[in-house]
Structure formats: C-alpha cells, structure tokens
Design a binder for this molecule. Structure first.
Ligand SMILES: C[S@@+](CC[C@H](N)C(=O)[O-])C[C@H]1O[C@@H](n2cnc3c(N)ncnc32)[C@H](O)[C@@H]1O
Length: 255
C-alpha cells in the first residue's frame, strides 16, 4: 500500500513533517509499557485497507484520530471522557508514546489504539468517511517560509483529511503560532470541503468546552503565547446521482 506522503519537488525525498523521534532516556515504567502494552495496542504499518471500528473490541460507531499526540495527555483525557468513541492516536516520538501508554494503563482505557509511526502511512489505509473527528493539536509550526511545505495542515494533507472525515465531522486544530494560525485560515476554509465553524470573535481564543489541555498548550500559555483553537467542519458530500442535474446533499435526496 502506498503512503500519502508528499515529496520534495527538487529532491524527490519524502517531506518530513515532524522533528525528533527520541528524546531523554525513557524511565523503566515506560520502557516496560513499550515492551508489554504497546504490542497489544499498536496498529501495524498497513499492508492493505483497515476498518477502524474493527480495531476495537466494542466496534464503536464513532472513531476519532489524533495526529501527533505528543505526551498523550489530551488523547487519554478525551478517551476517558468518551468511552463509546474509538480513538486512534498517532505519534512518532518514542517518549510521547511511552507517555500515552502510561495514561492508558493508569486509566485502564480500552478504547485507544496507537499508530507509532508517521500518520501518513495510516491514512490511505482508512476508508472514506470513516472518521468523525481529527485532532491536530499544536502541530510543529515550521515557521520559516522555506519549510512551509512541512506544515501538516496544508495542501499536501487536506485532500486526505477531507476524504477521511464523514459529513459533518470535524477537523480540530490548535496552535499558538501566529504564522501557523494564519496559514490554516488561508488554506482550510478555502478548501471546498471545509467550513470554519466560528461562532464569534472570541470563539477561537478559548479552548472548546469539550476540550482538554495538551502539554504543549500549557507551556505556550505559561510562556505568554495565547493558543488559538480552530474547528473546521467537513461539508456534506454531494450525491450527483440522486435525481436532477444539480449536485445534492444526502438530506436533500431524502426530501
Ligand atoms: C509540537 S508537538 C505537539 C504535541 C501535542 N499535540 C501537544 O500539544 O502537546 C507536535 C507533535 O506531532 C508529532 N508529529 C508531527 N508530524 C507527525 C506525523 N506525520 N505523524 C505522527 N506524528 C507527527 C511530532 O512528533 C510531535 O510530537
């Protein structure tokens, strides 16, 4: 199965969207969880299509994806708050994977699966409209314009994010970096499949009521960098075959 990675126009090399894969030496508890719990929860690099609900014992009706969960606090908190939802978390940073395993183990969470790799290897294997929500919390900002193509939210990944979300599903992005926030607003709402769900001038300055803080977010707030919270809704797919010449939505077809 091919991945969805974009490649550099000059070198042909896959574009890397993330920074380091390993940090400080891992503590014994985390190493133990990486050896014992990760093999039970890890989604292997796909060799073919994957039905996300089938990854979970309770075959959830709703599956949410978190891209780059960092230390995994947000993922574990969301999974605790929504036991009926199946969560897929993807992260390449080994120390972060150790962190989320600690949260999963402590909360005895049964609704989380981990893709310990670049999420772009997983996305093409997931069926169209199979996710209800995608979180990209405080993605690496790559602020230099020569690195703009590394920004996860952007022309390289938006078509795939749009394909994966079901109608009315949400792409939730948070960032404390003004360049990244501006970049998102320049790219996502102009994409034909997404609408910015903004309810008022202060809406994007406050964490959504159903949100939880991430570690990076807490550091940003402590350093005086206010985060911005962006919610983009996946528009309803048109059903051109459903009578009439004009493209229609599913609800219009039922009327
Ligand atoms: C700035 S950190 C934020 C971590 C966390 N979301 C938080 O807010 O604390 C961004 C994370 O995204 C991860 N990441 C970047 N690109 C990724 C990709 N393509 N697949 C999976 N993880 C990725 C990085 O390894 C890094 O840990």
């Amino acid at each position: 199965m091919s991945d969805a990675s974009a490649s550099d126009a000059k070198t042909g090399e896959p574009i890397r969207f993330y920074g380091r894969r390993k940090g400080k030496p891992l503590k014994a508890t985390r190493l133990h969880l990486l050896d014992t719990l990760l093999p039970q929860l890890a989604i292997p690099k796909p060799a073919g299509p994957i039905a996300p609900a089938a990854l979970f014992a309770h075959a959830p009706e709703r599956v949410w994806l978190e891209v780059g969960f960092g230390g995994g606090e947000h993922l574990a908190d969301q999974a605790t708050a929504h036991p009926d939802v199946g969560f897929i978390g993807s992260e390449v940073f080994l120390n972060g994977i150790g962190g989320v395993l600690k949260g999963i183990d402590a909360g005895k969470l049964t609704n989380v699966r981990i893709f310990p790799e670049d999420v772009r290897f997983l996305m093409p294997a997931l069926p169209t409209a199979s996710l209800e929500r995608i979180y990209v919390m405080f993605p690496d900002p790559w602020p230099k314009s020569r690195h703009a193509k590394r920004r996860f939210i952007g022309p390289a990944n938006l078509p795939e994010l749009s394909r994966l979300l079901r109608d009315g599903g949400e792409l939730r992005v948070a960032s404390d970096h003004p360049i990244y926030v501006r970049w998102c607003l320049q790219h996502v709402p102009v994409h034909p499949d997404f609408a910015w769900a903004v309810t008022g001038p202060d809406d994007w300055r406050q964490r959504p009521a159903d949100g939880f803080p991430t570690r990076y977010e807490q550091k940003a707030i402590a350093a005086g960098r206010p985060p911005h919270y962006l919610r983009f809704v996946r528009k309803a797919r048109a059903l051109p075959h459903c009578g009439g010449g004009a493209a229609q939505t599913a609800s219009a077809c039922l009327d």
